[in-house]
Design a protein around this ligand. Structure first.
Ligand code: CTP
Length: 403
């Protein structure tokens, strides 16, 4: 899935011949899952029609401060457009527009919108060879970069004038992948590997039956999704669950028993920066697994249980630079029990759930947590969706991990 998926992108088009490529550029942005609104300079309409762009972007194309709609005059608020956008891309950006952007000359809707936008702005310059080389253009681009905008360099090749050299707008595919890579690299967990355990484990009694628990895996999957959205490389080791993370850049490893989960965790633990144990691992397993189905009889059946490995405690033992997070699901003496686990398992942080809280616990879409870090500071949160809880957990982790 592209990092542009679900994002609002304002595409500004100015009057250069490369404007004809913006139809394809709009398609690529839509294909990446973005919502696109187009703002054109009035002259850009001579190079590509608003009808083409409104059809492809599925939004009206704006180019004037005021649009006449039969009897009414409608004000196109550049402020609202600027607030709507997650990213603004100006492609092609002519020398004239670059200069106006650098000086703040808001004499058209596009520049006014650029000045109102608070989001990251990308410019893809396009002009002829000597214009691109001109010190004025270089000065505009340097100024725009110094204001925090990102320049997508023009490419070299045959120009519309017939001259050969730098000045061609980057190809639409290049522009989209440049922006995707740039956004990825700016994400707080880019370059970090995150390991998450999720779901229940099943401990076999015989070929048919097992000891398990009610964990749905929802919390662990939300954590994995959040980590992926923050740019991390994610390894999700999960017990049996109906949850899905399809389409996301998550390496999912399905396991059944605590032993399998342990083995999968330690294949990756050395290379991760963050490990979060959200799985409800069975604490006991049948000491002997019957090879054949256990038959019914009139007498009571005793199954002897032996402890499973404590995967989280083993991670705590092996821990180097990893930031280690555990969960504690408690029914009584919540804080004391959670603190005990934090210390015993050598954790950096523990997420406490109490089954006494309505809306918290297994199979629910919501959760109510208290985060306790190594300094024993408590952070209590309101009842919220598990997706929002995952946001809170990473907000606490990110400032505390090694760069
Ligand atoms: N955990 C684990 N391996 C186990 C048991 C638990 O990795 N065999 C992890 C869980 O994923 C969770 C944390 O340890 O992050 C605490 O789990 P919990 O069941 O609350 O605590 P236990 O240590 O099992 O203690 P108790 O059941 O006595 O409360």
């Amino acid at each position: 899935m592209s990092v542009l998926s679900g994002k609002n992108i304002l595409l500004g088009i100015t009057a250069g011949i490369a404007a004809y490529k913006t139809a394809h550029l709009t398609r690529l942005l839509i294909k990446a899952g973005a919502q696109v609104k187009v703002v054109m300079t009035p002259k850009a309409k001579e190079f590509v029609t608003p009808l083409t762009l409104s059809t492809l972007s599925k939004n009206p194309v704006l180019s004037e401060f005021v649009t006449k709609d039969q009897e009414n005059e409608l004000w196109n608020s550049h402020v609202d457009l600027g607030l709507w956008a997650d990213y603004m891309l100006i492609a092609p950006a002519t020398a004239n527009t670059l200069s106006k952007m650098a000086k703040g000359t808001a004499d058209n809707l596009l520049i006014a919108t650029y000045l109102s936008a608070k989001c990251p702005v990308y410019v893809a310059p396009a002009m002829d060879l000597d214009m691109y080389k001109h010190p004025t253009t270089k000065d505009s681009l340097a100024k725009l970069s110094s204001f925090g905008n990102t320049v997508i360099p023009a490419e070299s090749g045959e120009l519309a004038s017939g001259l050969f050299g730098a000045g061609r707008m980057a190809e639409p595919e290049t522009i989209v992948s440049f922006i995707e890579k740039h956004i990825m690299a700016s994400l707080p967990l880019f370059g970090k590997k995150v390991l998450i355990t999720a779901g229940p484990t099943y401990e076999a009694i015989d070929p048919i039956r097992f000891i398990g628990n009610h964990s749905s895996g929802k919390m662990g999957f939300e954590l994995a999704k959040r980590a992926a959205n923050l740019g991390a490389e994610v390894v999700l080791i999960t017990g049996p669950t109906s949850q899905s993370c399809e389409g996301l850049p998550i390496q999912r490893i399905d396991v059944v028993s605590a032993r399998q989960m342990y083995d999968a965790v330690f294949e990756h633990f050395d290379t991760v920066s963050i490990a979060i144990a959200a799985a409800a691992v069975a604490d006991y397993k049948p000491k002997n697994v019957a090879l054949q189905k256990i038959k019914k009889s009139e007498t009571s059946l005793l199954i002897e249980l032996s402890p499973t490995q404590d995967i989280l405690a083993a991670m705590g033992n092996a821990k180097g630079k990893q930031y280690l997070v555990g969960f504690a699901l408690e029914t009584e003496n919540e804080l004391v029990n959670a603190l005990g686990k934090l210390e015993r398992k050598n954790l950096d942080c523990i997420v406490l759930n109490s089954l006494q809280d309505k809306g918290a616990g297994f199979k629910k879409d919501t959760n109510k947590i208290t985060l306790i870090d190594k300094s024993k500071k408590n952070h209590e949160f309101a009842l919220k969706s598990k997706a929002a809880v995952a946001v809170d957990i990473f907000n606490l982790i990110i400032p505390n991990i090694d760069a």
